[in-house]
Design a binder for this molecule. Structure first.
Ligand SMILES: Nc1ncnc2c1ncn2[C@@H]1O[C@H](COP(=O)(O)OP(=O)(O)OP(=O)(O)O)[C@@H](O)[C@H]1O
Ligand SMILES: [Mg+2]
Length: 386
């Protein structure tokens, strides 16, 4: 079955997306370019340097996809920036899964880069990360299968022209990578329509007496949140269709500081914020506070702490620091200081006004107050706590 409006993307060379209008034409104006646009140069350089075998319709070999995610230096000197900071094996398993007939499920607590990794994988494998279904409690079956253009349907009856393909259907007919976000939030009966797609690799369209058969290159990346488990548990039939890869929280404080500073730097540049090389100490502090409260113990292992109800993820640390940088840029002297991150930290920690406030006060008085070199930070936190 032919599917309108997307044929241009399939003929594009690596890193180019002429089928889309929002990307390069208005490049500088886009607030958040898709991964394949933001890293078009890296993808192009990788494709040029990549002489390993590529699975059908892949833009890059599995090796090059893994290098795109984890970073490296190509023989011609091109530096590939790391996108995902974490165990290489995880990335290798994820990439390899996409080259098999099993789909990939990225699982983890909030803020462990599931969405981020899924977008970059789709960008590197298919050159297009936009074939996306956002899972919610209200996701209808049409979002997974197909819908109808009702004006056309009423005027001419069911026909190919009246059919509105879902991103998944397009991915199947074009041999691309589709993405489903927050799979476990999708109602069970809608999840079930994925089973035929993943096991039979076909999508029947009974109204037309036809079916769409997935062409080689098609696969699916789904993400699901650990904390949502139980909302709509995955059926075992569906789970069997997936290889599950669990994305862990950063193993060490240094790794987490590295992730936060990299991302803050990227986001800061896109928001025209000044670079803050002196901000590293403050980033380290935010990460320390987050990790200690998350783990329920101080970094020296001596004091047990209560954990607040929020997740205090790496993603939240990134936004606390980014907001702090914006404060420093617009209302301070451009240097990230304790006062710029204190309010953000408080907001991230105190989600439940009663219980979390007690946890925070206790941490503030027993840990922050006593720690060498943390006096300014203690004062800044006291100021915003009242
Ligand atoms: N290990 C990591 N390497 C690189 N970036 C990371 C890592 N962990 C977190 N991040 C950053 O955290 C931010 C949020 O990640 P993302 O939105 O993908 O999380 P998520 O796991 O999908 O969370 P949620 O469950 O809330 O949807 C991204 O900007 C990402 O760059
Ligand atoms: Mg996500």
């Amino acid at each position: 079955m032919t599917v309108p409006e997307t044929t241009a993307t399939t003929t594009a060379a690596a890193g180019e997306t002429p089928g889309r209008t929002s990307g390069e034409a208005s490049g500088a104006e886009v607030l958040r370019p898709h991964a394949e646009d933001a890293f078009a140069a890296e993808l192009k350089a990788l494709a040029a340097a990549d002489d390993r075998p590529r699975p059908a319709r892949w833009r890059l070999s599995p090796w090059a996809v893994a290098t795109y995610l984890q970073g490296g230096t190509l023989p011609d000197g091109t530096v590939i920036t790391p996108k995902y900071v974490g165990p290489r094996r995880i990335v290798e398993v994820a990439v390899t899964t996409l080259a098999t007939d099993r789909a990939l499920l990225l699982l983890g607590v909030p803020g462990t880069a599931k969405t981020w990794v899924s977008e970059h994988l789709a960008a590197a494998v298919s050159g297009d990360s936009t074939l996306l279904v956002q899972g919610t409690a209200g996701t209808p079956e049409e979002a997974v299968r197909y819908g109808w253009n009702y004006a056309q349907l009423l005027a001419h009856g069911p026909s190919r022209d009246a059919l509105v393909p879902s991103p998944l259907m397009r991915a199947m007919s074009e041999g691309m990578t589709a993405r489903v976000e927050e799979l476990t939030r999708i109602p069970a009966d809608v999840q079930d329509s994925l089973i035929t797609i993943l096991s039979e690799k076909t999508l029947p369209v009974p109204e037309l007496g036809q079916e769409v058969q997935a062409v080689r290159g098609f696969n699916l990346i789904a993400t699901a949140n650990d904390r949502d488990r139980g909302v709509n548990e995955l059926s075992s039939a569906l789970r069997r269709r997936f290889n599950t890869v669990v994305l862990p929280l950063p193993a060490t404080p240094d790794a987490e500081v590295d992730i936060v500073s990299r991302r803050v730097d990227q986001i800061g540049r896109s928001l025209d914020l000044p670079a803050a090389p002196e901000g590293l100490a403050e980033i380290r502090r935010v990460v320390t506070v987050f990790r200690e409260l998350r783990d329920g113990v101080t970094s020296d292992g001596r004091t047990k702490l209560k954990s607040p109800s929020g997740t205090l993820s790496t993603a939240e640390a990134i936004s606390v620091v980014t907001n702090g940088l914006a404060l420093a840029a617009h209302f301070g002297d451009g240097v990230l200081r304790p006062g710029d991150v204190a309010a953000g930290i408080l907001g991230a920690v105190v989600r439940d006004p009663a219980a979390d406030r007690v946890v925070w006060q206790e941490y503030l008085e027993t840990v922050v107050r006593e720690r060498d070199g943390w006096k300014d930070f203690y004062r800044a936190c006291r100021e915003v706590s009242v």
